[in-house]
Design a protein around this ligand. Structure first.
Ligand code: NAD
Ligand code: ZN
Ligand code: ZN
Length: 336
């Protein structure tokens, strides 16, 4: 089968013909129809993070398609089902996290396109218990970005504990951020968006943000504090240390700063202000299968729709180059 393969960190992906995956009894084989390109895939191929994937690797964790083969122990998924394979490829199912609804924190989890091969390929093997069904009225292409960008930002907004009518600042209006704006609006929050350039401004405003700050030309912190009196929560999807600090500095007393983006930096926190202002800083990592079902439901009801440009698997190296320059509007989805 055809797949995009990372063989060494920091170099281009190779389009290769590799063997079809063999499935085990608890797995299904999915014929991938569409797969979104997440910035995490770029981090994976660069080896940016402390825990690196083993190479060679097929990246991709927004793959959706049709089940074409079912393992002998699988009862609830059948051939022909439309499913997606999220970052949370599998978890142990019996640790304290799995048992308390925090399976996204399971220490024994596998991650699609990171610890196991993902969906930058014509076929992908998946754990039947961790694939999530695509609602009937969503196309494969429209569903793909929701399997990471959608569920991650929907979950982060839940973690923010913001209430309807509250101000929420979204830092980074990329693949994740443009969905964060839509989920925030659908959840009744007032949105101020931060990114750079006219295209991101128009995108954020068209999706319902009430205000936009350009991190290259505006006084982000001053402007947001002036416009909102301090936001109740911020969600930072920016791949930039500076953006993280600003997302902290715009919070009002008692508010929450939700960290989502994953630049390979540290974030120094002022102890005095954090204590005096009662600010919470919390990380949020993807979401559970339940979060994913809820996030898909918003899209199935027409409340959220990813802005998508469709490309081919062969285009992956150009897509990565554009992503590095911050030149993508919305999400790129590759059709297989
Ligand atoms: P993307 O490249 O599509 O978007 C990133 C956006 O951030 C771009 O629009 C860029 O212009 C903007 N940006 C850069 N510097 C900024 C700044 N200082 N202020 C505001 N915006 C700024 O990337 P993506 O796919 O949306 O992913 C974003 C990050 O989130 C990546 O680091 C990725 O690994 C991470 N991620 C985390 C999770 C999680 O579960 N926590 C899940 C998926 C992705
Ligand atoms: Zn992702
Ligand atoms: Zn577990």
């Amino acid at each position: 089968m055809k797949a995009a393969v990372a063989n060494t960190f920091g170099s281009i992906l190779n389009i290769e013909d590799i063997p079809m995956p063999n499935i085990e009894s608890h797995q299904v084989l999915v014929k991938i129809h569409a797969c979104g390109v997440c910035h995490t895939d770029l981090h994976a191929c660069h080896g940016d993070w402390p825990v690196k994937p083993t190479l060679p690797l097929v990246p991709g964790h927004e793959g959706v398609g049709e089940v074409v083969q079912v393992g002998s122990a699988v009862k609830h998924i059948k051939q022909g089902d439309r499913v997606g394979i999220p970052w949370l490829y599998s978890a142990c199912g019996h640790c304290e996290y799995c048992l308390s609804g925090d399976e996204n924190l399971c220490l024994s989890q596998q991650n699609a396109g990171y610890s196991v091969n993902g969906s930058y390929a014509e076929y992908c093997a998946a754990d039947a218990d961790y694939v999530v069904k695509v609602p009937a009225n969503l196309s494969f292409v429209d569903a793909a970005p929701l399997f990471c960008a959608g569920v991650t930002t929907y979950k982060a907004l839940k973690v923010s504990k913001a209430k309807p009518g509250n101000w929420v600042a979204i830092f980074g209006i990329g693949g994740l951020g443009h969905l964060a704006v839509q989920y925030a609006v659908a959840m009744g929050f007032r949105v101020v968006a931060v990114d750079t350039g006219q295209a991101k401004r128009e995108l954020a405003i068209s999706l319902g943000a009430e205000a936009y700050c350009d991190f290259k030309t505006d006084n982000v912190v001053e402007d947001i504090l002036h416009a909102t009196g301090g936001v109740h929560a911020s969600v930072c999807t920016a791949v930039s240390k500076a953006g993280f600090r600003q997302s902290y500095d715009v919070i009002r007393r008692g508010g929450k700063c939700v960290l989502v983006g994953l630049p390979a930096d540290d974030m120094p926190l002022p102890i005095f202000n954090t204590v005096l202002n009662g600010v919470s800083v919390v990380g949020s990592i993807v979401g559970t299968r339940k979060d994913l079902e809820e996030c898909l439901e918003f899209a199935a009801r027409g409340k959220v729709k990813a802005i998508i440009e469709e490309k081919k698997l062969d285009d992956i190296n150009e897509i990565f180059a554009d992503m590095e320059k911050g030149e993508i509007t919305g999400r790129i989805v590759m059709s297989m």
